[in-house]
Design a protein around this ligand. Sequence first.
Ligand code: ADP
Ligand code: MG
Length: 469
Amino acid sequence: MTKDRYTVWDNCLRTIKSSIAAQSYKTWFEPIKPVNLEDSILTIQVPNKFFYEWLEEHYVGLLKATIQKELGEQAKLEYQILMGPASGERKQNNGTNGHYQSDSSLGFMPDAFMNPFVIPGIKQVRVDPHLNRNYTFDNFIEGDCNKLGRSAGMAVAKKPGGTAFNPLVIYGQVGLGKTHLAQAIGNEVVKTNKNKNVLYGTTESFTNQIIQAIKNNAINEFVAYYQNIDILILDDIQFLANKVKTQEIFFHIFNHLHQSGHQIILTSDRPPRDLEGMEERLISRFKWGLTTDLQAPDLETRMAILEEKMHKDGIDLPRDVVEYVCYNIKDNVRELEGVLNSIAAQASLNQRTIDVDLAREVVRKFVKEAQRELTLDHIQNQVADHYNIPVDKLKAKTRKRPIVIARQLSMFLAKSLTNKSLKTIGEMFGGRDHSTVIYSCRAVQDMMDTDREFRLTVEGLEKQLSMAS
Ligand code: ADP
Ligand code: MG
């Protein structure tokens, strides 16, 4: 017969209650939650490290006896420690459930040092992995841009520390999924391998904790604590640059983990060789395993990512809007999400219909100048090509209708696709002034509103131009 954790723990509590003072029972046992029971290992969650140490010091004998009575000789007790800050709301939440913290920005907690090696007893220590559960392999869309990283990540998740990919270094520009992929590995391990201690943290929080530890004269505990981690994920290691002491401590932790066959996963915004202000011995270690980059996704992958986010958020964009957005947002998946959210917000707050017009407005706000170094020349050439007229005519005084339309359209595109001022645009069209540019933009907008054919032409050109940039 298999017992569930609640029954087992309730029975334990009954025994404990009858053997200690009521106040002690209330203080030390009531806040405990049983979170798991597997193979005679009962995992209980305690609010913090101090709590755990107190239990170990004062009640280990009692705990051991009661648990063995319930689960037999081979019974083991594990602690899961909710590592909250010393004060504050998180402590209040402690013990309410077995979920781990999803706000990864909290990083490692400075007061959470502990070293299970030096504490006798019958436990293993569980740490809160600080993972965001939303980052999984399932929703990390595969494309040519991330194939190697994704499959290396899966391999690592299946056999942490047991592949040649140690450390696994994932690098790439901002917004391309480094954090997502690194956390997906962590989440996968947590899901499939409950005995492993996974810890995710930003380099920033790691650094802050070291500063804290130095202040508290607790560097040894700090290092010892990290040495217990089976899978350490350190995000954005470029921030280790020029931090000599942090690098030194990390070096020791790295060596220990690596020698013990524990897995290290690092992310960086550039390849290890380009990390400046970083000790050579660290850089050379980063190269021991696998270094893989994440590239900007191609159009199909961007569309798949966007569709996945739409699905998740329950937002429905028409196909042409999806295409428009993905044609225009190329270098940053986070921006793609930003545009999606912004479109959804506009649609619901301002009761706007979701169409390409709305998308264009939103995208314009997002796309940075740097992302589209579209030149006015390029726009003029493209439009002239399309209408099959010599490009010079766009700058000339001619008032022939087809040329006027092409000229106005070029100005419109110049205004909407670049950040050039009206004045600059005017100058590029044979020295016209800014009011002519404004007039042209309006004229084009009017035509787009009334002439479907023309509108499709404009959209086609926009696509072409934004693909070329
Ligand atoms: P980085 O750490 O490289 O700056 P993030 O991991 O924070 O980037 O990714 C930015 C956003 O883009 C996240 O919300 C992430 O879920 C999303 N994202 C990036 N790549 C993908 C992908 N291949 N599939 C699904 N979502 C992705
Ligand atoms: Mg990141």
